[in-house]
Design a protein around this ligand. Structure first.
Ligand SMILES: *[C@@H]1O[C@H](CO)[C@@H](O)[C@H](O)[C@H]1NC(C)=O
Ligand SMILES: *[C@@H]1O[C@H](CO)[C@@H](O)[C@H](O)[C@H]1NC(C)=O
Ligand SMILES: *[C@@H]1O[C@H](CO)[C@@H](O)[C@H](O)[C@H]1NC(C)=O
Length: 433
């Protein structure tokens, strides 16, 4: 009877908006009232927060779907139209780059110290290299429009640290490289339409870790390297694709391997750094220019810093950007310098954020340079962008894999294709920027 009355009071009082407050039992009742009120407020705000979170998630998913569709549309546009207007290209580039790194299809054989060549049909030819099996004969083709890998005909000889050059006739010339401590003089031509390798004449010298540069006249200048019993070479030779004949050219001033070569806008070839010997001692700081018209070498100004395993990129204004590398005492460089083609002078530009060697550098369609991976104390996944107008480096998103001795290729749709450089984990992928 009494308890019934109490519960009745509780009920009626809790429903009252302003409960009277005098006795002990009444203040208890008021407390209960507050608790319920707070519970109600808490529940309401929790529900609101939950609904808002759901809304945000839905919005993000929808935005992502939309941007994916934009990318797909953009991709389709590049592949179906053979003539792309400048504005279309710009849109594609912007849409792609907002996504950062994406992984490409899983390749057949991971490797490093290979070559990657963008063919005239837009596919990328990967040749040789090295993995846990040793030097490789296997080659594959990557089709960017289908994100698809195909194993193709093997080379006759396994090799790493060789060169591959796209000739003006569409064939790819592969030269030298090494297979154990034997450097090769063997040279091959790959015909993509027939999927065949054919032997062309051997080089005059065996070489590995040399360079090959296609000149403006279509001939290929092969420079330096090492061979068994000769740790660095000063010899250079020219391949004529029309006759398949190799001819000796004048020797460089310095012997070197692990150097870099680039075709300048004035048609000359700039050779920088590497390991070897010179009148000044180690060649790592030296640079030389090959003049194809006079078929002659001159030693030009030294770089500010000695480097091997560095990168060299010809910028849109014709200047040459050299980044990183290490010296013969294994000091890894984060410095970068510019070569002025008109004055032959070297000047220091902004430092990279990370010291690195055996990294890669590629000129993006907007004129900036993307540098990826390499080694310093450990293998690097970091990437940075150089802006030639300010001389400043900016950190961009890390790659998904750390890698060195990898390749970067500019695809015909403006994307950057990164391949290999890591082989311990067969699941490691190639990536697209
Ligand atoms: C060039 O493109 C890269 C990659 O999208 C971008 O991060 C960078 O800001 C661009 N730089 C300039 C100067 O437009
Ligand atoms: C290429 O060579 C590897 C071993 O060196 C062999 O297993 C493979 O079958 C060859 N592939 C072709 C297409 O001949
Ligand atoms: C040449 O290639 C082999 C793999 O076949 C490698 O182990 C070796 O270190 C390479 N270089 C030299 C200088 O022998």
């Amino acid at each position: 009877m009494f308890s019934n009355q109490v519960s009745a009071i509780y009920h009626s009082q809790s429903d009252q908006p302003n409960p009277p407050q005098t006795t002990n039992s009444q203040s208890e009742t008021r407390c209960e009232y507050c608790r319920r009120k707070w519970k109600k407020i808490l529940l309401t705000s929790l529900t609101t927060a939950l609904m808002m979170t759901i809304c945000v998630i839905v919005a993000i998913i929808m935005a992502k779907k939309h941007s994916d569709r934009l990318v797909t549309v953009a991709r389709r546009r590049t592949t179906t139209t053979s003539v792309t207007t400048t504005t279309a290209t710009t849109t594609i580039t912007t849409t792609m780059f907002t996504k950062g790194w994406t992984t490409a299809a899983k390749l057949n054989i991971n490797r490093y110290r290979h070559t990657a060549t963008v063919l005239q049909n837009g596919k990328v030819l990967i040749t040789g290299g090295y993995n846990y099996k040793g030097a490789l004969r296997e080659c594959e083709l990557y089709d960017p429009s289908r994100d698809q890998w195909t194993l193709i005909a093997n080379m006759s000889v396994a090799r790493q640290d060789h060169t591959a050059s796209l000739l003006t006739n569409g064939l790819v010339l592969v030269t030298g490289g090494n297979n154990s401590d034997i450097a090769l003089s063997n040279a091959l031509l790959y015909d993509v339409s027939a999927n065949t390798w054919t032997n062309t004449r051997n080089m005059i010298h065996q070489r590995s870790q040399h360079t090959a540069t296609v000149l403006e006249n279509g001939k290929v200048l092969v420079v330096g390297g090492w061979k068994k019993g000769k740790p660095s070479l000063e010899t250079t030779e020219l391949y004529d694709p029309q006759t398949g004949v190799w001819t000796v050219t004048q020797n460089m001033n310095c012997r070197r391997f692990y150097h870099r070569a680039s075709l300048l806008t004035n048609g000359k070839v700039l050779i920088t750094g590497g390991l070897g010997l010179c009148s000044i001692g180690v060649s790592s700081k030296t640079s030389e220019l090959y003049n194809p018209i006079r078929n002659a070498w001159i030693r030009t100004n030294d770089m500010n810093v000695d480097r091997q395993g560095h990168t060299v990129t010809v910028l849109n204004d014709g200047k040459v950007l050299v980044t990183g590398g290490r010296n013969s005492e294994d000091i890894v460089r984060k410095s970068a310098e510019l070569f002025d083609v008109s004055t032959n002078q070297w000047t220091i530009t902004g430092n990279m954020n990370t010291p690195r060697y055996d990294h890669s550098a590629v000129l993006l369609p907007n004129g900036t340079v993307l540098v990826t991976g390499g080694s310093s104390d450990s293998l690097l996944s970091s990437a940075e962008l150089y802006d030639p107008s300010t001389g400043v480096w900016a950190i961009t998103r890390n790659m998904r894999s750390a890698r060195s001795h990898h390749t970067t290729s500019l695809l015909s749709d403006g994307k950057i294709f990164i391949f290999g450089g890591t082989y311990s984990d067969p699941e490691k992928f190639s990536e697209i920027y």
